[in-house]
Design a protein around this ligand. Structure first.
Ligand code: PGA
Length: 222
């Protein structure tokens, strides 16, 4: 059975109390989460929630890993408003880099993205690089890529599993990466269509990950 990554990208959503509620519901589903042996569940909350969630996961022995949604291209020091990879080390295992929302709204270009990948690797964290198509550059040091076509993000209009599989295959061939995930309007209903494809190794889920039972159903159906 291949290893699947099921990644929740909460974006700029959830307060402390909303995140606590999400986790309390997860605990009632604990056995299902834990029985998903070939599935690596990764939740990427906003920075503000990482310490709370790390403690929650530890306390309840949940089989969930944490990821950040971004990282500074710089190290620690005089960079007001930034969070350096070094600061994430004891809070997360993964870092999403190059999401199309960052490229569009915050002008993250390929050069900045390559720096973020380098800082992430240097800190011993694993980058999850988002690409918008097979032409998007993949910097050195990336082993997990998420193919996320912009038309599919938050629209309820996912790519077809067959096309996503073709893109995943090409990304693997061209960039020698280990795993390619699909992201864009993934739901509990359509997830299996993607994860059952030969070259797709998981999904990156935005909107549908905010609701606990929908997310658990995604994990189970994947
Ligand atoms: P969506 O977002 O699942 O809400 O389409 C996916 C993403 O942006 O990572």
């Amino acid at each position: 059975m291949k290893k699947l990554y099921i990644v929740a990208n909460w974006k700029a959503n959830k307060t402390v109390s909303e995140a606590t509620e999400w986790f309390q519901k997860v605990i009632s589903y604990k056995s299902q989460v834990i029985s998903s042996e070939n599935k690596e569940i990764i939740v990427c909350p906003p920075f503000t929630l990482l310490p709370l969630m790390r403690d929650f996961i530890k306390q309840h022995g949940l089989q969930i890993h944490l990821g950040a949604q971004d990282v500074s291209p710089f190290g620690t020091g005089a960079y007001t408003g930034e969070v350096a990879a070094e600061q994430l080390k004891d809070l997360a295992h993964y870092v999403i880099i190059g999401h199309s929302e960052r490229r569009k709204n915050f002008h993250d270009d390929d050069e900045v993205i390559a720096k973020k990948v380098a800082m992430t690797n240097e800190a011993g964290l694993t980058p999850l690089l988002c690409v918008q198509g097979k032409e998007t550059p993949v910097p050195q040091g990336v082993q997990i890529v998420a193919y996320e076509p912009v038309f599919a993000i938050g629209t309820g209009n996912p790519d077809t599993p067959e096309n996503a599989d073709t893109v995943a295959k090409e990304i693997k061939e061209n960039h020698n990466v280990e795993s390619v995930l699909y992201g864009g309007s993934v739901t509990a209903e359509n997830v299996a269509g993607f994860t059952h494809q030969e070259h797709i190794d998981g999904v990156l889920v935005g909107g549908a990950s905010l609701d606990t039972s929908e997310f658990i159903n995604i994990v189970q159906n994947a």
